[in-house]
Design a protein around this ligand. Structure first.
Ligand SMILES: Cc1cc2nc3c(=O)[nH]c(=O)nc-3n(C[C@H](O)[C@H](O)[C@H](O)COP(=O)(O)OP(=O)(O)OC[C@H]3O[C@@H](n4cnc5c(N)ncnc54)[C@H](O)[C@@H]3O)c2cc1C
Ligand code: FES
Length: 253
């Protein structure tokens, strides 16, 4: 286990840091060698003074320059924000599984900071010329990161784009756009509803789940969720078996 994870440790440094919305910032990290990252995977960052590393989805990747989009919450994200350009940073990754990209008409849904892995997925779909529509939702105008490229934006308070949450628009968009697959990341309630809509309309859904993590590599089992496999309910770790699951296999609470 250790040996495999060791391969994922890079000497890395911060090369760019910019505020992209009122509460979120973008950080670009340069690794000492090219890193291949699949959409949906995450990196785990050591934050000085904290025992547990903090996980962040990959937002962009340009030849070993990994971009992450971070919403400031507590000590860990404040620490990352305090890092200066050229300062070393200790990362492990890429970790976890990834979205299973299919050559199908795709609806992408990102709510809040869930837009991070969905933006990277959009880049990958565009590279493969796969038709897609990206729906993004935020609380308000101030929360919209300047560096996201979505096709449709809604805000809960209507201060930018359409008024309401993504939940108000998914049904309409499904009916008009008729996607064959839906990829989503965001709060639990959004993912649950998307999985339910997928079942109702017979559309495959893939959801990137979030859980507070400890080890991040499938050992402590602190991040398990229940999933259905072969007619049985079993435990799956979000960090190693996930974070991406089929919406239809998650046992939603
Ligand atoms: C697979 C995965 C990918 C993620 N990708 C991103 C990303 O791209 N960008 C981003 O900004 N964040 C992402 N997160 C969430 C991020 O890891 C947490 O926001 C971060 O660990 C908080 O650290 P902190 O020390 O600043 O806050 P803490 O002091 O640890 O917590 C502050 C507050 O945030 C809450 N919190 C902590 N972790 C999470 C979590 N995982 N989910 C929801 N609430 C949490 C705590 O309950 C507490 O209320 C991801 C999480 C996972 C599991
Ligand atoms: S965080 Fe330890 S198993 Fe997932």
């Amino acid at each position: 286990m250790i040996k495999e994870e060791e391969k994922k440790i890079y000497k890395a440094k911060i090369v760019k840091r910019e505020q992209v919305s009122e509460s979120s910032f973008f950080v670009e990290i340069e690794c000492d060698k090219p890193v291949e990252v699949k959409a949906g995977q995450f990196i785990s960052i050591y934050c000085e003074g904290l025992t547990l590393r903090r996980p962040f989805s990959v937002f962009s990747n340009n030849n070993g320059r990994i971009g992450i989009l971070i919403k400031e919450r507590g000590k860990g994200t404040k620490f990352i924000k305090s890092l200066k350009e050229n300062e070393a940073v200790d990362i492990i990754g890429p970790l976890g599984n990834h979205f299973n990209i299919e050559n199908k008409k795709s609806l992408l849904v990102g709510a809040g900071i869930g837009v991070a892995p969905i933006s990277y997925l959009k880049t990958k779909l565009d590279e493969k010329n796969i038709e897609n529509l990206f729906l993004a939702g935020f609380l308000n105008k101030e929360e919209i990161p300047q560096n996201i490229k979505s096709d449709f934006i809604c805000t809960d308070d209507g201060s930018f784009g359409e008024k309401g949450s993504v939940l108000n628009y998914i049904g309409v968009i499904i009916n008009e756009y008729r996607p064959e697959v839906i990829y989503a990341c965001g709060p639990y309630i959004v993912l649950k509803l998307i999985a339910e809509l997928g079942e109702r309309y017979g559309i495959e859904t893939q959801v990137a789940m979030e859980k507070v993590m400890a080890c991040g590599i499938g050992v402590c089992r602190g991040c398990v969720i229940d999933i259905k496999k072969d007619g049985k309910v079993i435990n799956a770790t979000v960090c190693k078996d996930g974070p991406v699951f089929k919406g239809s296999e998650v046992v939603w609470q």
